[in-house]
Design a protein around this ligand. Structure first.
Ligand code: GLU
Length: 428
């Protein structure tokens, strides 16, 4: 491993956006509309637990490197906290804090018996060997032994973490507990307790939310065009399923840039290409477009499924989609919300649109506790039911408060969490 394994990269976010502020701006607005009691507001504003650990790792070149890991538990009012772990060079506490509270709102909107959490390790997986990645994961997990647990805090995959990483977490935790405890983590490989349909769940949920939105707008899916930013797990599955439902996917992209074809892109070919070449770069899927140009293409449905802060006050004005479905967490900056609203664009917020992942994580946890595994059809049907119900609840709340689906989603979540908090009362 070269000496330059670990570098502080330039932040990828545009402008001065801070994800925690971006979440708080929406939370504040929703709390005000809901007239949330000041004490409860303060309770929900602060995470219940923040853990920072140091992760020393003997690298392949013999050098000792120390990485920083985080786990933020925003709350555990509805049940054990739930949320993914991301590995990224620029992950920081603010980002993890914002993502942890988004998980609280997400779980509450989906009606799951979970609170919200998020974890992260500041590292660049693209520069790490498998051995190094495994060492980081195991040491991070062993540092979190008092935090993680099937009844306390249940991690899952997020950006740059996958089934293998979840398997290492499960194994490390189980080794310390002297028995196999599959329910400590979700998003595992199916052969060691993962759920059928989990890998596709977020993309499938995006498709379900999109169909629900189209129905409200009276638009026939077979007459629509879809543009998708991001071709990872969420973007590629959303692309496949939207095409399956009859929408024409006219543009896709990933870190290497994007492609546009007004006649529709061959999604299966693109998926095969990425399997062989890691990303879309160098492929031939249509006219080349940049990630920024892609957002502004003429289309019915825009699915930002890449990363945070892609739609800002600067480019929101030029967006032409009728519906935006947020596959990623936080792709729209708070400053763009009002512009999109005034343009009449319906935005299905992240905390609703991408909740398919955590919903099937819940199914995985349930199956682990039961020791009985469901068929894929069963998983998909249950996901469909829960996502559709969540969409309806958010939609009706937005109508009741005469506001956007985003604020409707926050209000629905605040209502539920604050009611449970009042019923449980404050101990001490
Ligand atoms: N990381 C995913 C999310 O942001 C999934 C979390 C989970 O399954 O616990 O929703």
């Amino acid at each position: 491993m070269a000496e330059d394994t670990y570098k502080e990269p330039a932040p990828y976010r545009r402008g001065e956006a801070n994800p925690f502020d971006s979440m708080m701006i929406r939370f504040d607005k929703a709390a005000e509309m809901y007239k949330l009691d000041e004490g409860l507001y303060n309770y929900l504003k602060h995470p219940v637990k923040t853990v920072i650990v140091s992760i020393p790792v003997q690298m392949d070149n013999g050098k000792l490197e120390v990485f920083e890991g985080y786990r933020v538990i925003h709350d555990n009012i509805l049940g054990p906290s739930k949320g993914g772990i991301r590995y990224a060079p620029d992950v920081d506490l603010d980002e993890v804090k914002a993502l942890a509270s988004w998980m609280t709102w997400k779980c509450s909107i989906a009606n799951l018996p979970f609170g919200g959490a998020k974890g992260g390790v500041k590292c660049d997986p693209s520069k790490l060997s498998m051995t190094e990645l495994e060492k980081i994961t195991r040491r991070y997990t062993s540092n979190m032994l008092e935090i993680f647990g099937p009844d306390t805090d249940i991690p899952a995959p997020d950006m740059n973490t996958n089934e293998q990483v979840m398997a290492w977490i499960m194994d490390t935790y189980s080794m310390h507990r002297r028995k196999t405890i599959t329910g400590v983590v979700t998003g595992k490989p199916i052969i060691i307790g993962g759920s059928r349909g989990r890998r596709e769940a977020t993309g499938r949920g995006v498709m379900i939310a999109t169909l629900a939105a189209l129905q409200k707008k009276g638009i026939d899916v077979t007459k629509t065009t879809t543009v998708i930013q991001g071709f990872g797990n969420v973007g590629s599955v959303s692309a496949q399923l939207m095409r399956e439902k009859g929408s024409k996917v006219i543009a896709i992209s990933d870190v290497s840039g994007g492609y546009y074809d007004k006649n529709g892109i061959d999604i299966d070919m693109a998926i095969e290409y990425v399997k062989k070449n890691k990303n879309l770069g160098g492929g031939d899927f249509g006219t080349k477009v940049s990630n920024e140009e892609l957002l502004e293409l003429e289309c019915d449905i825009l699915i930002p499924a890449a990363k945070e802060d892609q739609i800002s006050a600067e480019n929101a004005e030029r967006i032409k989609a009728k519906i935006i479905v947020e596959g990623a967490n936080g792709p729209t900056m708070a400053e763009a919300d009002e512009i999109l609203r005034s343009k009449g664009i319906m935005v299905i917020p992240d905390i609703l649109a991408n909740s398919g992942g955590v919903i099937v994580s819940y199914f995985e946890w349930v199956q682990n506790r039961l020791g009985y595994f469901w068929e894929e059809d069963d998983v998909n049907q249950r996901l469909n039911r829960m996502m559709t119900e969540a969409f309806e609840n958010v939609y009706n709340t937005a109508i009741q408060y005469q506001t956007t689906l985003r604020l409707g989603a926050y209000i629905y979540a605040i209502d539920k969490v604050s009611k449970v908090l009042k019923l449980r009362g404050i101990y001490g």
